[in-house]
Design a protein around this ligand. Structure first.
Ligand code: BGC
Length: 450
């Protein structure tokens, strides 16, 4: 049930925001010179997207952005996290810059500044330019350098107005779901042979940080997914499987970034290139660390329940994902575990100590089907904000919180079947209607602006 109590006060200067990503909202895939991305190709492959939708229109944000900025202003957020489409800026991933593509983000950033909302762009939210993907994508070391070149182009144009930069979104998901299991673009099922994609994204991050700083950027982070991993039982097999999954999902990216080493020598041995040299660049201190939190994961040695986020884990992998029992679930079947956010922040402090910079929650949210009377989303957000407040009381240094997502949007392999928005989008008329959670959050933010 939704608490009737007002939310506790968050610290002065706490940054409130909402997040989106380019491929999920923009549409207009071939307009003004945009090149194709790996996702444009993937959505066309039969059977890849649950409802057969293809994001050609998505929410039509490319044309309706002024309306979306008006919604942000009405909501009263201090910042907006969106992503820049790499193939809109560099249609083939490198070389020729597409002026009109860059102009789009220039206008967006100007309009956000005018509205008093800090722009917080993510440079890469999974939409690899198709030309680069066809050459091997993130499995190739060269892609890291191409990414840094792209970061440089964007920083040169927008750097004078961008408040906060995010290099990558959830490199763990791209590695595991995109290259390891093939349920996201580019649809490769390489299992452990996907690991070079992890290293090259991290290298791309390090090179991009350097390029952004050369253009004067002074607030740079990354958005990594994190969540507690629980063993199915206390048997050695289940705890071993859970620990291994924890390494893959929570430490594979955070350890190199924050400790300058990979968490497991066995995994590190599978990585290509001068890894030790690369790690020096990868672990250049960040200004802040972004955490995307959705739910914990229950892991056993065998027997995938098959219904965890619909992902089928092949028997060759040494872990199986299970459905967490006795938990309320979101519309997408994810477990609602607010205290998992407090625990996640505690674990990060315990593992990384002084090496952990201030944290920003760069995504947290839920999918529910209700058109506008989304009481369950209000309860979800209320509970997670209280859990976040509990983490602050324990000493976590968290500086901001971004809801995923402003709008209902294209939910990757789930197509348009899962609605994460504070604002309902009618996919026929594209009309936007703020849900009850939007009004609730607006009210809560007013109470917190001191
Ligand atoms: C991603 C978003 C996605 C959300 C909900 C995150 O993994 O960054 O793009 O829509 O979770 O699944």
């Amino acid at each position: 049930m939704t608490s009737q109590q007002p939310l506790p006060a968050f610290p002065d200067g706490f940054l409130w925001g909402v997040s989106t990503s380019a491929f999920q909202i923009e549409g207009a895939p071939a307009e003004d010179g945009r090149g194709p991305s790996a996702w444009d190709a993937f959505v066309r492959e039969p059977g890849r997207i649950k409802d057969g939708s293809d994001a050609t229109v998505a929410t039509d944000h490319y044309h309706r952005w002024p309306e979306d900025i008006a919604l942000l202003r009405e909501l009263g957020v201090g910042a907006y996290r969106f992503s820049i489409s790499w193939p809109r800026v560099l249609p083939s991933g490198s070389g020729r810059v597409n002026g009109p593509g860059l102009d789009f983000y220039d206008r967006l950033v100007d309009a956000l500044c005018e509205a008093g909302i800090r722009p917080a762009p993510t440079l890469f939210h999974w939409d690899t330019p198709l030309a680069l993907e066809e050459g091997g994508g993130w499995l190739r070391r060269e892609t890291a350098q191409r990414f840094a070149d792209y970061a440089e182009v964007v920083a040169a144009r927008l750097g004078d107005r961008v408040a906060h930069w995010i290099t990558l979104n959830e490199p763990a998901e791209l590695t595991l779901l995109g290259y390891g299991l093939g349920v996201h673009a580019p649809g490769e099922r390489l299992l452990f042979d996907a690991l070079p994609a992890a290293h090259h994204q991290l290298l791309g991050h390090g090179l991009a940080v350097r390029a952004l700083r050369a253009h004067g950027a002074c607030s740079i982070g990354i958005a990594n997914s994190h969540g507690p991993v629980q063993p199915l039982s206390d048997s050695a097999a289940d705890t071993g499987a859970a620990d291994f999954y924890d390494t893959l999902s929570n430490r594979l990216f955070a350890d190199p970034l924050l400790l300058g080493r990979y968490p497991d020598p066995g995994l590190a041995a599978l990585l290509p290139g001068p890894v030790d040299e690369d790690l020096k660049l990868i672990s250049e201190p960040l200004d802040w660390y972004g955490v995307n939190y959705y739910q914990p994961t229950l892991v056993g040695a065998d027997g995938s329940a098959g219904d965890f986020a619909g992902i089928d884990i092949p028997a060759e992998l040494p872990f199986a994902l299970h459905r967490m029992p006795d938990r309320e679930r979101t519309g997408s079947g994810w477990a609602v575990v607010p205290e998992g956010l407090t625990e996640t922040l505690r674990t990060l402090r315990e593992r990384y100590g002084e090496r952990l910079p201030p944290v920003v929650i760069t995504e947290n949210g839920c999918a529910y089907p209700e058109r506008t009377e989304d009481t369950r989303r209000i309860a979800f957000l209320d509970a997670h904000l209280r859990a976040l407040h509990a983490a602050l009381a324990e000493g976590a240094d968290v500086r901001g919180y971004f809801v995923w997502s402003l709008l209902d949007n294209f939910e990757w392999a789930e197509g348009c079947t899962q609605r994460f928005g504070l604002v309902h989008v009618d996919y026929t008329t594209l009309e936007r209607t703020p849900k009850d959670s939007f009004h609730w959050l607006r009210h809560a933010l007013r109470g917190n602006r001191r």
